[in-house]
Design a protein around this ligand. Structure first.
Ligand SMILES: Nc1ncnc2c1ncn2[C@@H]1O[C@H](COP(=O)(O)OP(=O)(O)OP(=O)(O)O)[C@@H](O)[C@H]1O
Ligand SMILES: [Mg+2]
Length: 220
């Protein structure tokens, strides 16, 4: 939790700008924004939860839900230090009503829908079917929440992000600075745009190291 709070606090201004470009002020319509990356570990979960935390202080937390649409490497529980009684799999596999799987994060008040603990090697997950279920979940969430943030796996090794992308209004590709090549990012963006031509797409350059004091950048 400390790490995620630190990220939210140190990027307040950037997250505020991101929020203004993703969600239209003049509309009360429910908006779903997906976060993904090219490779593992670029900072997708940190940015998704960082934005949810930062938005909770600007809007009614009741209007925000963060969905862990990442069945490959779930980490919401660990990052938020929460143990929700139910996970999204119970909605998919055991017909648990969606309301019961939504968990209010005590410290911030927004809701999360988690994918539980790491189930790596768990052959029981039918990824294809689960991805179809996300469509229904998203449709239901749109009726209740103004702001929907989805954490999805990296787009190069998996199809998940491209499939979920068909259902969202915006996609943010998180790029780890000095690591992911420009060509790879272009390829990821193209892949997502092919899935959904309507969605707004953008990138976040994450983990950028400032080599000179931050204040001086505005003079460059
Ligand atoms: N802006 C940042 N500054 C410092 N550390 C960061 C930043 N963003 C992410 N990290 C760190 O990088 C690591 C990976 O971040 P995170 O788990 O958010 O990535 P991810 O893209 O969700 O990974 P995965 O592909 O496993 O889902 C974590 O240890 C996180 O604390
Ligand atoms: Mg993650």
């Amino acid at each position: 939790m400390r790490m995620i709070e630190q990220i939210a606090a140190s990027f307040t201004e950037e997250l505020y700008r991101l929020e203004s470009s993703l969600f239209r002020k003049d509309s009360e319509q429910s908006t779903a924004v997906q976060f993904t990356s090219s490779h593992f570990g670029e900072g997708v979960t940190s940015m998704t939860l960082g934005l949810a935390i930062s938005m909770s202080s600007l809007h009614s937390p009741q209007s925000i839900v963060a969905v862990e649409a990442n069945m490959r490497k779930p980490s919401f529980q660990e990052y938020l230090e929460i143990v929700p009684p139910h996970s999204i799999f119970e909605v998919f596999e055991e017909n648990l009503p969606l309301d019961q799987a939504l968990y209010e994060v005590p410290k911030f008040g927004f809701r999360v829908l988690t994918a539980g603990q790491v189930r790596e090697g768990d052959k029981k997950i039918d990824y294809g079917l689960s991805l179809q279920h996300f469509r229904d979940v998203l449709r239901k969430l749109r009726q209740e929440y103004r702001y929907i943030l989805l954490d999805t796996p990296p787009a190069v090794p998996f199809m998940d992000a491209s499939i979920i992308c068909k259902e969202v209004d915006g996609v943010v590709v998180v790029v780890e600075a000095d690591l992911t090549r420009y060509e790879v990012v272009s390829h990821t963006l193209e892949k997502l745009r092919t899935s959904n031509r309507e969605a707004l797409t953008g990138t976040i350059l994450n983990k950028r190291e400032l080599r000179i004091p931050k204040l001086l950048y505005r003079f460059l």
